[in-house]
Write a protein that binds this ligand. Sequence first.
Ligand code: CAO
Length: 387
Amino acid sequence: TMEIPSPVAGKLARFKVSVGDKVSEGDVIAVLTGVTQQDGAVDDAPLDRRSAPQDAEASGRQGSSPPTAPEGKAAPVPEASPNASVDVHAGPAVRKLARELGADLARVSATGPKSRILKEDLEKYIKSQVTLAQSGGHGGGSSLVPELKLPDFSLFGEIEVRKLEKIQRITAENMTTSWLSVPHVTQFDEADITEMESFRKQKKSLSEQKGVKLTPLPFLLKACAYALEALPQFNVSLDMANGSIVQKKYIHIGVAVDTPAGLVVPVLRDVNQKSIWQLAAECMDLAAKAKNRKLKPAEMQGGCFTISSLGSIGGTAFTPIVNTPEVAILGVSKAQYKPVYDGEQFVPRLMLPLSLSYDHRAVNGADAARFTSVLTQTLGDLRELLL
Ligand code: CAO
């Protein structure tokens, strides 16, 4: 689980710990031979990579003091590299991200246990640097994003501190990444689903016979697949590192499912090729698996677009956060009867609020308005799906 960088170049002669072992500060974890000194000389005496008392490398902290050197030799000095940052304590994912972004971890303030740099710390640092750069570098060299310091809540009343579930932690990280890296815009629209709902209700007894719950969700999935086919610029991912756009030729759609352990997004594959009944059955199956923590990782991967439906709960609109590396997400709120003017009079129509958030780097506003128009037309008249 942890990357333990070697402070010197050499040959890893043997490990002194095995998979599953518990290690503490000061434990010898490996032996190096053929250690290259700064002057290029090779020292063949074995070198124990022992973590010094203040160097908790074996328990995750990455080399903060030189390793114990063979007797009579000066401890080798680690090779300098912008991101080797020997004095920082960070996991491999954070180091990898720092390397990709060219960020010096030594400048990042750590908020994790034992001064460990968390992904959020790195993101906060990057955001502050971007803000600083955009403001012309004014700010006296300090970050413009203030550190979030929590008060001692127990001073104000009784509290209980609970550990975040793993899903909640991952969701928090993904949300932060998306929020910081994606320029979001949300397009709102309303679909008249009066006819769709009467059709759905007509199928109630058939759905009971089939043992499938037919909610508006499979219709929304079908309509979104249709819109993604009509506007393929929504079925992409941006690869900024390589200056390219990845166009997907398949249509897999994720559905946000609220579970006691947190938010999960199972993915329905090839939605454009499936019937409403198939989609309804899959939604039931995946939502049940999600709630029972039975989803396999593969069932949560490969999504091109996400639907977040809060319609059964309530609300008139919301601004969902794009599920990166996808470029758009549809938020669905509660359908309600509203008076709609038909040119002669106001008539009661069942209106479904839609909130399409999108990555404005990949999609322009006109296309977003086209996308919700395709959705409202399709949901307003399901015969559109036959065309
Ligand atoms: N407007 C009005 N009623 C709606 C509706 C809408 N937009 N969407 C669903 N309903 C109705 C359904 O028709 C059903 O009523 P009937 O039994 O009378 O048909 C009822 O609400 C309950 O539906 P459901 O929640 O059981 O099923 P679903 O297919 O709508 O949703 C699922 C399934 C898995 C998406 C849902 O259980 C869920 O987890 N929703 C929360 C998702 C979430 O948290 N998103 C937030 C992400 S961002 O933080």
